[in-house]
Design a protein around this ligand. Structure first.
Ligand SMILES: Nc1ncnc2c1ncn2[C@@H]1O[C@H](COP(=O)(O)OP(=O)(O)O)[C@@H](O)[C@H]1O
Ligand SMILES: CC(=O)N[C@@H](CCC(=O)OP(=O)(O)O)C(=O)O
Length: 278
């Protein structure tokens, strides 16, 4: 039987204008983002730049699970997701956090529409290979980028919660970095900006610690191998690596508390870490 999910999507990958970029915003930094961050987004929108936002919310999910007495555990950076956990993940990501971001954009005069990745079958997913171990965690198989370009055409920035769905209607918990990388690849944007709680990829120890301004895919792989990149940075760089093999030419990892960080990166300032092909 033909999938109902891909009936409306004929183009596998779109190529967006240079003015469209994907921004992934991590749960590590969301609560601390100042109004000026959202004003920067609004200013970009009013200048004709089109941000597509994909957000996380890991700490808020963990906090809610704890309140409910549901145990949570991560396997290689992915949350073990039972049906009970999935209920909380969807409620927090597609409900609380998604709507908070939309309201913060609206409150500074921007225009945003919140979407769960399951709305309209936007993010199509399948179980990850170690499904037996981690439960309902998804890998992205397709993104209906026409939904996102439709929202942009209406003059709104899409704000996407990383929930996936398959043709049977099963929901999936998708790591937000993975979801953002897949959105960037399928939309064919030039650039993805990953906003987090560190100033970029750090190398060295103690007072020798410094931000790497540019790293190649090979250098990132080496740093994972040596353990210099670990924990929550691993899905970020893995998502970066997989999307810069397509149309995306660079992924920039920056600190959300840096003033006007988005417009400065888009303006060409050397800020954070740029992951480039070679
Ligand atoms: N080489 C590295 N440079 C910077 N941060 C790193 C590095 N390796 C691991 N990290 C960790 O990655 C974290 C960011 O990932 P995470 O906490 O998942 O953020 P987010 O919620 O924004 O996705 C940092 O706070 C830091 O602890
Ligand atoms: C499968 C998986 O681990 N999903 C993540 C989704 C949220 C996320 O990725 O949020 P951050 O960007 O804040 O880390 C989770 O359940 O925490």
């Amino acid at each position: 039987m033909k999938s109902t999910i891909d009936q409306t999507e004929t183009l596998p990958v779109q190529t967006m204008g240079m003015n469209t970029f994907v921004m992934k915003c991590g749960g590590s930094t969301l609560a601390a983002l100042p109004d000026s961050f959202f004003e920067d987004l609004k200013d970009l929108q009013q200048k004709g730049v089109s941000p597509v936002i994909v957000h996380g919310g890991g700490p808020a999910i963990s906090g809610n699970l704890e309140k409910l007495g549901i145990e949570t555990e991560f396997v290689n950076g992915l949350r073990k997701t039972t049906e009970d956990v999935l209920d909380v993940v969807e409620m927090v990501l597609a409900g609380t956090i998604n709507k908070q971001i939309v309201r913060r954009i609206l409150s500074v005069g921007g225009a945003a529409i919140g979407l769960s990745g399951s709305d309209g079958g936007l993010i199509e997913a399948k179980p990850v290979i170690n499904h037996a171990e981690v439960g309902w965690v998804g890998d992205v198989t397709h993104v209906k980028s026409s939904i996102l370009s439709g929202v942009l055409d209406m003059g709104y920035m899409p704000v996407v919660a990383p929930i996936g769905v398959d043709e049977s209607g099963q929901r999936y918990n998708i790591n937000a970095d993975t979801a953002a990388g897949a959105v960037a690849s399928h939309m064919g944007v030039n650039r993805m900006i990953v906003v987090t709680d560190v100033p970029g990829i750090l190398k060295g120890t103690g007072s020798e610690k410094r931000v790497l301004p540019t790293v190649t895919v090979q250098e990132v792989e080496d740093m994972i191998g040596t353990g210099e990149i670990y924990g929550g940075m691993i899905p970020k760089v893995r998502a970066a690596i997989s999307c810069i093999h397509g149309k995306v030419s660079e992924v920039v990892i920056v600190d959300g508390s840096e003033p006007n960080v988005l417009s400065r990166v888009l303006g060409g300032e050397i800020l954070g870490t740029r992951i480039v092909r070679m």
